[in-house]
Design a protein around this ligand. Structure first.
Ligand code: DQA
Length: 145
């Protein structure tokens, strides 16, 4: 794999100050540094964040067209965005790995977080390990590429 897209949905740009009891005190630049240090030589980490559903869908279309594996934290879109699910399905149906990740364990939280409309079309799901959820996803993608 030469590149991995690491896509983050709404409010994840606030990591570091957002509910540190749930999400920890590290921010997205720290996540980028961590993934850069864990990526195999020659693999580029392309980490992005948006609060905009349309932009996130556009990035998944880009992954399909370029054949780029995806680590996706859909944030709150996880629980209700059928449009994002359909875009994620385009990725995996093209044979490109897409791993759904969560920093927290949504199943240990409020009821509305227990359902993911993304999981059914993801290659796999990793949740509850803080930023290590992304590292574990990177390992899983590396073993499949
Ligand atoms: C989250 C869990 C979601 O329920 C929540 O809406 C988020 C973050 C996580 O990484 O734990 O924004 O995806």
């Amino acid at each position: 794999m030469s590149a991995v897209l690491v896509l983050n949905g709404p409010n994840l740009g606030r990591l570091g100050s957002r509910e540190p009891d749930v999400y920890g005190s590290q921010d997205l630049p720290a996540l980028k540094l961590l993934l850069d240090s864990e990526a195999p030589a020659g693999t580029t980490i392309d980490l992005r964040q948006t609060d905009d559903e349309a932009e996130l869908i556009g990035w998944l279309h880009e992954a399909v067209d370029a054949g780029t594996p995806v680590i996706l934290n859909p944030a709150a879109f996880t629980h209700y965005s059928y449009a994002l699910r359909d875009a994620a399905a385009l990725v995996t149906k093209a044979g490109i790995p897409l791993v759904e990740v969560h920093i927290s364990n949504p199943h240990a939280r409020e009821n509305f977080r227990h359902n993911s409309v993304i999981s059914g079309v993801a290659s796999g799901v990793i949740a509850g390990f803080g930023f290590d959820s992304y590292v574990l996803a990177l390992i899983a993608i590396g073993r499949r590429s």
